[in-house]
Design a protein. Sequence first.
Length: 150
Amino acid sequence: MKTLATNKKARHDYFVVETLECGINLIGCEVKSARRGELNLLDSFCTIKDGQLLLIGCYIKNYDKGSFSNLDSRRTRRLLAHKREIDRLLGKVKQKGYSIVPLNVYLKQSLVKVEIALVKGKQLYDKRQSIAKRDMDRYVNRELRDYDKR
C-alpha cells in the first residue's frame, strides 16, 4: 500500500472510535493527480445524504495534461461502501458528538482507497493530555537511544 495523503489534524482533534475502508468515485484525471500525491485531506469531512456516503472538501489538484475532463478540484465525491455499513454509520452519527472524517488516502493494488473514521471530538484538556503523552514518549525514546550509545 502506498499512502497518498494523511489527515494528521483529525487524529489530534478527535478520538477515533472506528475505521472503515471505502473506495472513492473519481474521474480519470483525478486518479492521475491522486497517484502523483497531489491531494489534501485538510478540512475535509464525510456526510451521508440520500443513502450515499459523500466526501466534502477534499482537494485534488487538476491534472496538468487534462483539458476538458478537469473538474472542480474541491467537488463533492462519492465514497463507495456497502449499504449496511452506511446505515450503521448513519445510526451512530445521529448520536450527539459523533462525525465521520477521512484519515488516509492510499493505493491498494491499483485502486484508490479512503480510510474513514467515526470520531468523537476532543476537549481542550484531552488535547493537552495527548500532547503531554507524545512529549513523554519522545523523551523516553531519546533517553533510551542515548543510553544505548554509551
